[in-house]
Design a protein around this ligand. Structure first.
Ligand code: P6P
Length: 337
């Protein structure tokens, strides 16, 4: 176990790896760290105070908004706006992009896209949920309001990405393109401490994560991959196992540690898949690739997809590279009619 190193110290240390780094990204990550602590505090007492449950409104996806969805959205927006590094955000909870209007924000060079509280329908049943974030350099001129083009960038342009998982312990896992590192929150210190240095996902695993309730509506290749997992026992004699929490961050985090594949294919109700390209799939794809894994839509590398719309969805296959390659092979061999 490496000596006690906090997230703040680690980010500054790693900043030195970028000779031209001005410290802006470090400060941006510090604002995400702060918001994560605030949201963590509320989630940990959800159920004791009137902050669980739906608010009776829907987001742009037509999904019931949970009180904590909106709480998390406001806290992350406020933390990002309070500093000088971000000119605007896009969020699952916002129909349009949000431009930060103060002069210091319009001179900022980054935009952030986020799912402030992914899996929030699980909160009332005390299942882990998460925040997902994705950071880009703006492409519009500094000193002006951000434009939609600042947000519609392919995933390979990401400067940084990560998630917070509010689970049995709260962790912040992120990458700036130099590997993946995980920090566990110590509430007694109010600090994230390095607990998982240079995280790597095994090339192959035994876990497949998919909502098999949609089985009859899956593409043929996906059905064949599921049957392959169920009928084949790998050489080590240990069979595959199905694990699906219904919270992307939780399923991804477990697969990152143990090896595995997360799949959300196209279904009848979601012909383009359910997950959003910009603030769910791209950040998780960046993390997966930085940890030695892969992420595709079944055919294309997720991070090569050119976004057309802010909330566009894509089918998502992400995790251990040999497992993603296998399902891609089945999809290629079994084209839809
Ligand atoms: P389903 C949560 O709403 C989410 O976006 C992911 O976190 C999760 O993996 C998926 O949707 C669950 O969707 O259709 O299986 O309930």
């Amino acid at each position: 176990m490496s000596g006690l190193r906090t997230l703040g110290e680690f980010v500054v240390e790693k900043q030195a790896d970028f000779p031209h780094a001005s410290g802006d990204l470090s400060s941006l990550l510090a604002s995400i760290r702060l918001a994560a602590k605030i949201v963590n505090r509320e989630i940990n007492k959800a159920g004791l105070v009137d902050i669980t449950g739906a608010v009776g409104t829907e987001n742009v996806q037509g999904e019931a908004q949970q009180k904590l969805d909106l709480y998390a959205n406001e806290k992350f927006k406020a933390a990002l706006e309070a500093r000088d590094q971000v000119c605007g955000v896009a969020s699952e909870e916002e129909d349009e992009t949000v431009s930060f209007d103060r002069d210091k924000n319009q001179h900022a060079k980054y935009v952030v896209l986020m799912d402030p509280l992914d899996g929030s329908s699980n909160i009332d049943v005390n299942v882990s949920v998460g925040t997902i974030f994705s950071i880009y350099r703006r492409v519009s001129p500094v000193g002006t309001p951000p434009t939609l083009e600042d947000f519609l960038q392919p995933g390979h342009k990401q400067v940084a990405a990560g998630y917070v998982i509010y689970g049995s312990s709260t962790m912040l896992v992120y990458t700036t393109g130099a590997g993946v590192n995980g920090f566990t929150y110590d509430p007694s210190l109010g600090t994230f401490c390095l607990s998982h240095e240079n995280m790597m996902i095994p090339d192959v695993g035994k876990i497949y994560s998919i909502n098999e309730g949609n089985y009859i509506r899956f593409p043929k290749g996906v059905k064949k991959y599921i049957k392959y997992c169920q009928e084949n026992v790998p050489e080590d004699g240990r069979p595959y196992t199905s694990r699906y929490i219904g919270s992307l961050v939780s399923d991804f985090h477990r697969n990152l540690l143990k090896g595995g594949i997360y799949m959300y294919p196209s279904t009848q109700s979601h012909p383009d898949g359910k997950l959003r390209l910009l603030y769910e799939c791209n950040p998780m794809a960046f993390l997966a690739e930085q940890a030695g894994g892969t992420a595709s839509d079944g055919k294309r590398r997720i991070m090569d997809i050119d976004p057309k719309e802010l909330h566009e969805r894509v089918p998502f296959f992400c995790g251990s590279k040999e497992m993603v390659a296998k399902v891609e092979q089945f999809i290629a061999e079994n084209p839809e009619d």
